[in-house]
Design a protein around this ligand. Sequence first.
Ligand SMILES: C[S@@+](CC[C@H](N)C(=O)[O-])C[C@H]1O[C@@H](n2cnc3c(N)ncnc32)[C@H](O)[C@@H]1O
Length: 247
Amino acid sequence: MDADSRDVRARGNGTADGSSTQRYTAHLERSQRVWDRWSDWYSMSERDFEPIRERAIDRLDLQAGDRVLDIGCGPGVNFEHIRSQIGSDGELVAVDYSPAMVANARDRIDRHGWENVAVHQADATTVDFDEPFDAAVATLSLGVMPDAHRTVENSRRLLVPGGRLAVVDVRPTPSGPLRLLNPLIWRFFRWYANWNPANDVPGSLRYTFEECDLIETAVGGTAYTMLCRRAGSDFEADHSGPEPTDQ
Ligand SMILES: C[S@@+](CC[C@H](N)C(=O)[O-])C[C@H]1O[C@@H](n2cnc3c(N)ncnc32)[C@H](O)[C@@H]1O
């Protein structure tokens, strides 16, 4: 099946008030500039994070024929590994907001001649599709989004009941002496990657999904992998816990 023929839409931007809409838009626009700029210089990050990204994808337990969403796909670093598991009967759909990243991802698809892989330039927070996904992956992308909590909610909504989401991301060093360097490191990441300190990705995942586990940490706990699962059709999330804060 030709994945490009699928209908992709944007849902309304449901931010609460004018100032948060402005913050959201400013972050998204800066994201586009930052990631367009890095799109041709991505090979180091691609290599360094490959093992942890591939282990996260392996934990999705993908089957031949699955339909998979790659959220903030960059230049398509996850495509080959996902494609090797879903085969030519599966379908991989990817979204990224940066046009230059999307162009690089499309070059990769063309080079490999993958007919069942498609990439769309879209905001992952509001993107919508006609058909749900069996599984989704977001590697190093949620933490740089303008509102990761809403992106996580949208990702859950796009999954079939029982669908899984694997997330690899980075966070401030949680413990040990390296913690003292957090302000410096995260200032750098805000400039370099448009990292958004208002996001609490693990908190949003735990709040939104019925099942969620931290399955791996690396680099002194700074890099982590979480695996989440949307419950079956009759089960709705118990939102009795505290809502993640948005400072
Ligand atoms: C650090 S790169 C990660 C790329 C790839 N997933 C990886 O593992 O290397 C972050 C990507 O998220 C994308 N991104 C940021 N905000 C986005 C949004 N709101 N919607 C879709 N993509 C977004 C950026 O354009 C960038 O390509």
